[in-house]
Design a protein around this ligand. Structure first.
Ligand SMILES: Nc1nc2c(c(=O)[nH]1)N[C@H]1C(S)=C(S)[C@@H](COP(=O)(O)OP(=O)(O)OC[C@H]3O[C@@H](n4cnc5c(=O)[nH]c(N)nc54)[C@H](O)[C@@H]3O)O[C@H]1N2
Ligand SMILES: Nc1nc2c(c(=O)[nH]1)N[C@H]1C(S)=C(S)[C@@H](COP(=O)(O)OP(=O)(O)OC[C@H]3O[C@@H](n4cnc5c(=O)[nH]c(N)nc54)[C@H](O)[C@@H]3O)O[C@H]1N2
Ligand code: SF4
Ligand SMILES: [Mo]
Length: 687
């Protein structure tokens, strides 16, 4: 065997991983043959980070625009798209063209995309996949604390916590390098499955999916009964406790055990562990992706407030944001109802401020649009043309088959991507874009920390940036406003647009980011950022106090019954990312988890005549998918689990429900009723 001698390094860049919200620091090196490798800078990285450069020169990388699947020049593609926009809008009005964005896009892209939709398209219809992600936590944070920043403190603070409660979070698989900040504390993990994270916990509570709200109310009931409350804190820094006290009075431990399946002794043990200590309660998608996700997060915030935690060192409540720019992606105008800096599009003062920055009359700004799932539902009907960038909803949206049908009903679907995602496959026009290592920009990680993405090299031949496409199309539409391809000048404008808003970036510049990172708000150029929110127990609510909000348990939208006797819950595995559009192409991530599977309790499997590795059809009232069974006592007997990383016949989202939370419009990804039956293995075709 010959070992290839290391070639000289010709280029390096200090940047960050392209995937999740941890945004691990990454050093990229390119050798004389153009091969790029990644290594951590200081901290850790998971397998997805290490292998991320494989996509840069991947044979399936898109390098030419496609019109009806045929390669065309950029000129042809862009002229075609601009003509389509004009034709659709002339016939059906401005709002007939919509935009579906993503939480992995840089702040600069997100900001310009919101501006481009409102001004160049003149449409109200923009929303993004963050609706699928942390919108329930955002809704609850705004309601209780008056501001939505996922983690209100640096992740390092978690190292000094005594107790960390992980509610519906599996960071051992979804953010492995985060684990070292968590394991110094006693861990309580709340998850219907015994996950890699739960294995490291002192206490694992294993509730039925969709019952976390009852659990949190039950723990607060016990905290009151046992005298664990911080009455001085409640009195000085909050309001609304009396109503919450009355509500949770009904959540007797035995009643909560009946709803959740968590035993009364375990409930007492959890409450005792949390009381009187530096306790941090962190939620992620397991507790949030429900038709009552906002209320569920609220129940955990109520518990944190009653114990007097938010604002104290290494204590409080936080949401573990998921996507690379899941935090920044929700701040700069990509949400249907928001303008940059978390300003509401319906607020006249906000419209005036942003319109002045954009140099337009506030009158021309459209009003609020609709949330992601509702936008997809309108496709083919009120919305005739859709741009998708930074998301692959054909795989990742709930009730996926219907989503694909809606997209096929459009007059024109346009996809900006660097791989042929399942959504891009349905598009009339596919525009190939740059990847993270070919771009400059900023991302805002799960701590609200603004960091620099730095390019290693320029765009490959034939490829352009998302920013460039927006600019080119705006020119063809004679659009009002200015559009740039220079991330730094966009960031400077973003700073002005966000000034005075809750997520204020106005004090940050690329120059300052050379020296350090900043956690927002950063309201002036001499401001050092805000690592710890609420540190003085001041909350950005109208009266400066945090709000208790009484919330009651409701059952999942769909309950198990005789026809559909099991709960299906969904989530992630370590080696795949999201819809899998990127990671399914990366050969060195291949392994046991690169195919779909169904996690099922052995007792449940036996009752259905299913053995290890047997193919199973999982059917809900909406649709079905197939997967081989993995038998394990790590999951509740009433629940089965599959990841959502796989398309086609293996797509769990064919079965998942699109019922929405009334406030966040988050779909109920984490629980629906299904039945299972042995299935024939899928037919394999020979080449
Ligand atoms: N490897 C990998 N890492 C990722 C991603 C990825 O796709 N792959 N995606 C990134 C993104 S965008 C996100 S949002 C994060 C998500 O990060 P996590 O929230 O940690 O990931 P999930 O697997 O979706 O859900 C976490 C756990 O919730 C549990 N769960 C299911 N139903 C319930 C319930 O009703 N209650 C409770 N308490 N728990 C429940 C599941 O069993 C699962 O173990 O991960 C980020 N990191
Ligand atoms: N059943 C079930 N479904 C779920 C979830 C679940 O837990 N269960 N989780 C939900 C969650 S939390 C999330 S975040 C979503 C995620 O699911 P998606 O929204 O589908 O996200 P990705 O798979 O990351 O899709 C990103 C796409 O954009 C492309 N892309 C990446 N970066 C860029 C860029 O800078 N510009 C452009 N133009 N394209 C880019 C990628 O190649 C890929 O095709 O899935 C949701 N769906
Ligand atoms: S934990 Fe997240 S940011 Fe870090 S290397 Fe893995 S995917 Fe990338
Ligand atoms: Mo997410």
């Amino acid at each position: 065997m010959t070992v290839r001698a290391a070639l000289p390094v010709v280029r390096t860049a200090d940047t960050h991983c392209p995937y999740c919200a941890l945004q691990c620091g990454m050093r990229l090196e390119e050798d004389a043959e153009g091969k790029v490798t990644a290594a951590p800078r200081g901290g850790g990285m998971c397998k997805k980070g290490w292998t991320s450069p494989e996509l840069l020169d991947h044979p399936e990388r898109l390098t030419t625009p496609l019109l009806h699947g045929e390669p065309v020049s950029w000129e042809t593609a862009l002229d075609h798209v601009a003509a389509k926009i004009r034709a659709v809008q002339a016939e059906h009005g401005k709002d007939a063209v919509g935009v579906f964005g993503g939480g992995g896009l840089t702040n600069e892209k997100v900001y310009q995309l919101g501006k481009w939709t409102r001004l160049a398209l003149g449409s109200k219809h923009i929303d993004y996949n963050g609706r699928f992600c942390m919108s329930s936590a955002a809704g609850a944070l705004n309601r209780s604390f008056g501001v939505d920043r996922g983690l209100p403190f640096p992740k390092e603070d978690l190292q000094d916590a005594d107790v960390i409660v992980l509610v519906g979070a599996n960071p051992a698989e979804t953010m492995p390098p985060l684990m070292r900040f968590l394991t110094g504390a006693e861990l309580i993990v709340v998850d219907p499955r015994r996950t890699a994270t739960a294995e490291q916990a002192q206490l694992h509570l294993q509730p039925a999916p969709g019952t976390d709200l009852a659990l949190a109310n039950g723990l607060l009931h016990i905290a009151i009964e046992q005298g664990y409350l911080d009455h001085d804190y409640i009195k000085a820094h909050t309001n609304g406790f009396d109503e919450v006290r009355q509500t949770v009075a009904g959540y007797w431990p035995a009643f909560v055990e009946r709803i959740t399946g968590v035993s009364v002794p375990d409930l007492y043990a959890a409450a005792r562990l949390m009381a009187g200590k530096k306790t941090a309660i962190l939620t992620a998608r397991g507790s949030e992706q429900h038709a009552k996700g906002v209320d569920t997060v609220t129940a955990w915030i109520n518990l944190a407030l009653a114990l007097g935690l938010p604002g104290k060192p290494s204590s409080g409540y936080g949401c573990i944001t998921g996507q690379g720019n899941g935090q920044g992606g929700r701040e700069h105008g990509q949400k249907a109802d928001q303008l940059p800096g978390y300003r509401m599009i319906t607020d006249p003062a906000a419209r005036e401020h942003v319109a002045a920055v954009w140099g337009v009359d506030p009158e021309i700004l459209p009003g609020a649009g609709v949330s992601a799932v509702e936008l997809l539902r309108k496709c083919g009907d009120e919305v005739k043309m859709l741009f998708v960038l930074g998301s692959n909803p054909v795989v990742s949206a709930p009730r996926a088959a219907r989503v694909a049908d809606r997209l096929k009903d459009l007059d024109c679907l346009v996809s900006f991507d660097f791989v042929m995602s399942e959504t891009a496959r349905l598009a009339e026009v596919v525009l190939p874009v740059t990847q993270w290592a070919e771009e400059d920009g900023t991302m805002t990680n799960l701590e609200g920390r603004i960091i620099r993405r730095k390019s290693l090299r320029g765009a490959p031949d034939g490829v352009h940036s998302d920013l460039w496409i927006m600019k080119e199309l705006a020119a063809r539409l004679d659009a009002p406003g200015t559009y740039s391809t220079d991330p730094e000048s966009i960031f400077e404008e973003l700073g002005r647009a966000s000034a005075g808003g809750k997520a204020d970036y106005s004090g940050v510049s690329y120059e300052r980011l050379e020296e350090q990172t900043f956690q927002w708000p950063v309201p002036s150029p001499d401001h050092e950022g805000t690592p710890r929110m609420f540190a003085d127990f001041k909350f950005p609510t109208p009266d400066g106090r945090a709000k208790f909000i009484a919330v009651d348990h409701r059952h999942p939208a769909e309950r198990r019954d005789r026809s559909y006797p099991l709960y299906l819950t969904t989530g992630r595995v370590l080696t795949q990312y999201q819809s899998g559009a990127q990671t399914r192409l990366i050969g060195s991530l291949d392994g046991p988890d690169s195919e779909q599977f169904l996690q099922i309790h052995p007792d449940t499997a036996v009752r259905h005549g299913i053995g290890e590795g047997d193919w199973v059809r999982v059917t809900s009232r909406r649709g079905s998918y197939t997967a081989p069974a993995r038998l394990t006592a790590d999951i509740r007997p009433d629940t089965v689990f599959s990841p959502f990383h796989f398309p086609g016949a293996a797509n769990a989202n064919a079965a998942v429900s699109d019922v929405l939370d009334p406030i966040s419009r988050m779909p109920e990804f984490k629980v629906c009723a299904v039945k299972i039956a042995p299935a024939a293995p899928p037919l394999t075709t020979t080449p």
